[in-house]
Design a protein around this ligand. Structure first.
Ligand code: SF4
Length: 343
């Protein structure tokens, strides 16, 4: 989907992005007389991220959303496809270009305790990216680290603390300050609040919102929490078993979700309380294994609107309105559907 918002093209684009993880060597598979088994964690994903906006990527555990986030930052290489940052493929960037991209694109992780070096004091953790990029003098780097600490609601006194001496919310603020150190343009936030208490979640989301406004940040927000999505994002991409099944502006999606999967999920959201969680078990049955996804539409064994054709045809992601796409045969013209047994 290539388009513009206010005349500006996307800052970051995924084009036909796939990531498959082999589960066995091709030698082992040939001994079995079969093809090597793979998990298709991300399959043929195309999406655009616009400057200054928040794109939420939502999905159940195992939907591939975190792998997609890692691909967008070149933390893992794709099996197929490209990621374009300002029209340049990040997977073919030369060393200097990659170094420039890495300072512009940062990540905030879910578990701030696991992501912060326990042997480093907080001031050093925030200063480290500046040290790596040799930004200014040591005194200037320290000053910036202290300024960032205060900007995320901590004090200079926290600079001497170790992560273990801080609360979960304070540790996540340190992670946010470290992500901001190099003044990035885009931040991938992977479940940044899901390990925090509900009251701390709201404060952290407010902080991220303020920082976006003040620093003109672009966010890709990976989450399973639709309450958070509604209050935080401009657009939403819904993932199911490695594929995007629906993408739309947040308001339009919440007003009228089109994909049966999104509809079932949204029917469970206790609006307007953003602190309540959606029940991801709601679609009947457990999500199928990505190792052996169902034929046709991967959602068909759980879909309340399943038709005969759904187990045979994989629905393409198609435009259904302004900036909206959905992958469901209900949106295919009847004449376009091949006749299948039983129709
Ligand atoms: Fe349901 Fe069929 Fe649409 Fe898949 S293609 S979501 S099974 S109606």
């Amino acid at each position: 989907m290539s388009s513009t918002i206010n005349g500006a093209g996307p800052l970051l684009r995924a084009v036909g992005l796939s990531k498959h993880f082999p589960l066995e060597s091709s030698l082992l598979a040939s001994l079995r007389g079969a093809e090597a088994r793979t998990v298709k964690a991300v399959e043929a994903v195309s999406l655009d991220v616009y400057a200054g906006q928040t794109l939420a990527i939502v999905g159940e555990s195992g939907s591939g959303k975190s792998t997609l986030g890692r691909l967008l930052l070149r933390l893992t290489r794709p099996t197929a496809g490209r990621v374009l940052y300002k029209d340049k493929n990040i997977f073919s960037m030369k060393r200097g270009e990659l170094r420039a991209f890495r300072r512009q694109a940062q990540i905030i992780l879910q578990d701030p305790y696991a992501s912060l070096n326990p042997r480093m004091r907080v001031g050093r953790i925030i200063r480290e990216p500046l040290d790596i990029y040799r930004e200014g003098s040591r005194a200037e780097r320290d000053r910036r680290a202290h300024m960032l600490l205060e900007r995320v609601g901590l004090t200079s006194a926290h600079a001497r603390a170790y992560p273990s001496e801080l609360s979960g919310g304070q540790r996540q603020r340190v992670g946010i300050a470290a992500a901001l150190a190099l003044s990035p343009e885009i931040i991938i936030a992977d479940e940044p609040t899901s390990s925090l208490d509900v009251s701390v979640q709201a404060q952290t989301l407010n902080l991220l919102s303020e920082l976006q406004r003040d620093f003109n940040l672009t966010y890709v927000f990976i989450t399973h929490d639709l309450g958070v999505v509604q209050h935080f994002s401009d657009r939403v991409a819904v993932m199911y078993l490695g594929r995007i099944v629906e993408e739309a502006p947040t308001e339009a999606l919440f007003a009228a979700p089109q994909h049966p999967y999104t509809q079932v999920l949204f029917s469970a959201i206790p609006l307007p309380d953003p602190t309540r969680r959606v029940n991801w078990d709601l679609p009947k049955g457990e999500p199928p294994s990505p190792l052996d996804p169902p034929s046709g539409c991967h959602f068909h064994p759980r879909c309340p609107k399943v038709m005969t054709a759904c187990s045979a045809i994989e629905p393409p992601l198609k435009a259904t309105g302004p900036a909206r796409r959905v992958a469901c045969l209900l949106f295919e013209a009847e004449a376009d559907l091949p006749q299948t047994k039983g129709d």
